[in-house]
Design a protein around this ligand. Structure first.
Ligand SMILES: Nc1ncnc2c1ncn2[C@@H]1O[C@H](COP(=O)(O)OP(=O)(O)OP(=O)(O)O)[C@@H](O)[C@H]1O
Length: 594
């Protein structure tokens, strides 16, 4: 079985565009190098001018260096921007693909709002990591080069600086640690706010209906004080580091210049070298630049850490096998699925012969939807096996699995594009004829034709009721045409006439293959070849609906009391064969509950 392993979001030190990042490092370091040459050139020029020697060449050198620094800075800005953009795009692509490969587990663990915050905000921050590293490298090269240059002017000058350097190093270390802590907290609180906001946006009708807008606003923004505290702490840490550096750096610069003055008095250095030394002392103590770069890197690394948490969720693995030719026989062997610490499905054994329809019924919470999810590998069982035509689903390739099993849900997600594209979503090259045929089977053709642009109407511009959305979802499942079709309560919003027509088309082969229907209506159960009665996560009985109907507890699943059962013997309680015949002749009765 193949599983993808996750590599960190930061993708090594150079990110996903290593060549560009390397060029950026070189350009940044070259700019720093040019900045280091400038004081030496200025000192030399000053010495020549003081000695009234020809200095034009050195003046030109200085001008060329200034021009070079400006050009390198510009190149650094452009390269940095493109590396940031490419890295961010790469991270977003990778994260999006990973979240979809992990499936509902990712949303269950992080929440959709928090995931969006990570994909949008944190990916952009983490995308700056390679440039932040390059900038820090160049920023470090400045002080290191400046100390070397001081040593070249006079070892005494370097010694003065190095005596005070440990204090600066300690300051930077404490700053990096504190910044990482508060930035991580800040981003985590932002994620919580995003999560609460996404819940509120999803439930805005409920909030409006309950008139709890103010309470909801307060709930979304409840973490604001925490966010503010983390933000203030961030500024405090930065301010303290800058303040301390302001106190320490000038003392070191003063020390260097004082020693340079003494050396000048003893004719050990020239006036130009004193000028150069004073500039190198400023460069060597350039902690302010380092503070900024370190803060940027801390933000990027904290954000990358949040992306790594998502990447650590392992995606669903798939096998290498394909299905042999077959009718679509579905078999569940000892399937157990635990949710919230309890067995929602408990040792389920079930066989759906190829080409037949099985209705799954049971009280609310009996585990029907989980069974439907597990049967098509939208969810994983904790024990047991699910086989399609004798092959365990987990051994199938992803494409084979999705090609073979179609789904329709109670509330289908319509993902954008036109109605035509939506119905043909699962097909590589959906033909208009197939899309229209599926829409007709799903009783969706009429209302789609009435849309402003018919099948070319954008889903977002297609006003539709819950039942119409359900029919589009059904059309999508019918167009799919796999050997197994799973309908999880996908007829629940339809009027009884429409439901009867679709159910009729389903069981009479309009959709082909084997069908597993989660059903709440007796009429649907009556049409199926067999019914699996699920009770507390176990299969209580499997048989034709009219046989099961004799049990009062089975009738109670549909909310039918004994009197209703007595009245029902000419209604939905009939052999599935007779149900089909009746449905064909008197479709308007198809959905009537007994
Ligand atoms: N991720 C989960 N964590 C905890 N419990 C869960 C989870 N998913 C499902 N359950 C529980 O499993 C039980 C079965 O859920 P399921 O949706 O399969 O029921 P159902 O039979 O389809 O119900 P209904 O007819 O109301 O749709 C429920 O009690 C539900 O709360």
């Amino acid at each position: 079985m193949t599983t993808r392993t996750s590599t960190p979001a930061t993708h090594g030190l150079l990110g996903p565009a290593p060549a560009r990042c390397l060029v950026l490092c070189l350009v940044s370091t070259a700019a720093t190098g040019a900045g280091l040459l400038l004081p030496a050139a200025l000192g030399r020029t000053l010495d020549l001018l003081l000695a009234q020697a020809p200095a034009i060449r050195w003046v030109l050198y200085c001008a060329a260096l200034v021009l070079l620094i400006a050009l390198l800075d510009a190149a650094e800005t452009v390269l940095g921007g493109t590396v940031d953009a490419r890295t961010t795009a790469w991270l977003r692509r990778r994260l999006t693909g990973h979240v979809l490969a992990v499936g509902p587990r990712a949303t269950a663990r992080f929440g959709s709002g928090d995931l969006v915050a990570r994909l949008v905000g944190n990916a952009a921050q983490a995308g700056t990591a390679p440039t932040a590293r390059a900038a820090l490298l160049a920023a470090l090269a400045g002080p290191v080069g400046a100390v070397v240059a001081l040593g070249l002017v006079s070892p005494w000058l370097a010694a003065v600086f190095l005596a005070g350097a440990p204090v600066l190093a300690l300051l930077l270390r404490a700053f990096a640690r504190d910044t990482r802590e508060c930035v991580t907290r800040y981003q985590e609180v932002q994620g919580r706010i995003a999560q609460a906001l996404s819940e509120a946006v999803g439930g805005h009708r409920t909030i409006r209906a309950a008139g709890t807008e103010d309470r909801e606003t307060a709930r979304i923004l409840r973490p604001l004080p925490e966010l503010s505290e983390a933000g203030h702490r961030m500024w405090q840490v930065q301010g303290r580091a800058s303040g301390q550096s302001v106190a320490v750096a000038p003392l070191l610069q003063l020390g260097v210049v004082a020693v340079a003055g003494v050396l000048l008095a003893r004719h050990r250095v020239t006036v130009g070298e004193v000028l150069a030394a004073s500039r190198y002392a400023v460069l060597a103590t350039g902690i302010g630049v380092l503070v900024g770069q370190l803060a940027g890197l801390a933000r990027a690394r904290a954000a990358a850490g949040r992306l790594d948490e998502v990447l650590a969720e392992s995606p669903v693995g798939h096998g290498e096998r394909r299905l042999p030719p077959g009718p679509g026989r579905l078999e569940l062997r000892g399937v157990t699925a635990l949710r919230g610490g309890r067995a929602v499905l408990d040792g389920v054994d079930l066989v759906v012969p190829g080409g037949t329809t099985l209705a799954v019924v049971g009280r609310s919470g009996a585990g029907k939807s989980l069974l439907a999810a597990v049967a098509g590998r939208l969810a994983e069982p904790d024990a047991g096996e699910i086989l399609l035509d004798g092959v365990p689903l987990r051994e199938l390739t992803r494409d084979e699995l999705r090609r073979s099993i179609g789904y329709a849900f109670e509330r289908p997600a319509l993902l954008g594009g036109t109605v035509e594209e939506e119905i043909g979503l699962a097909l590589d090259s959906p033909s208009p004829a197939r899309v229209r045929e599926a829409a007709r089977t799903a009783q969706a053709d009429d209302f789609v034709r009435r849309l402003p642009d018919g099948y070319d109407t954008l889903v977002a511009d297609a006003p539709r009721s819950g039942g119409e959305s359900q029919r589009l979802g059904l059309a999508r499942a019918f167009a799919h045409g796999g050997r197994l079709l799973i309908l999880d309560d996908a007829l629940s919003s339809l009027d009884t006439v429409t439901e009867a027509r679709i159910a009729e088309a389903l069981v009479n082969g309009g959709a082909g293959g084997t069908r597993l229907l989660v059903a709440h209506r007796t009429a649907t159960a009556a049409r199926a070849d067999a019914v699996a009665w699920l009770d507390g996560g176990r299969v209580r009985a499997v048989g034709p609906h009219e046989e099961l109907w004799r049990a009062a507890e089975y009738r109670a699943v549909f909310g039918s009391g004994p009197e209703e059962a007595d009245r029902s013997d000419g209604g939905a309680v009939m052999s599935h064969g007779s149900a089909r015949r009746r449905a064909r002749g008197r479709r308007d009765e198809g959905g009537r509950a007994p």
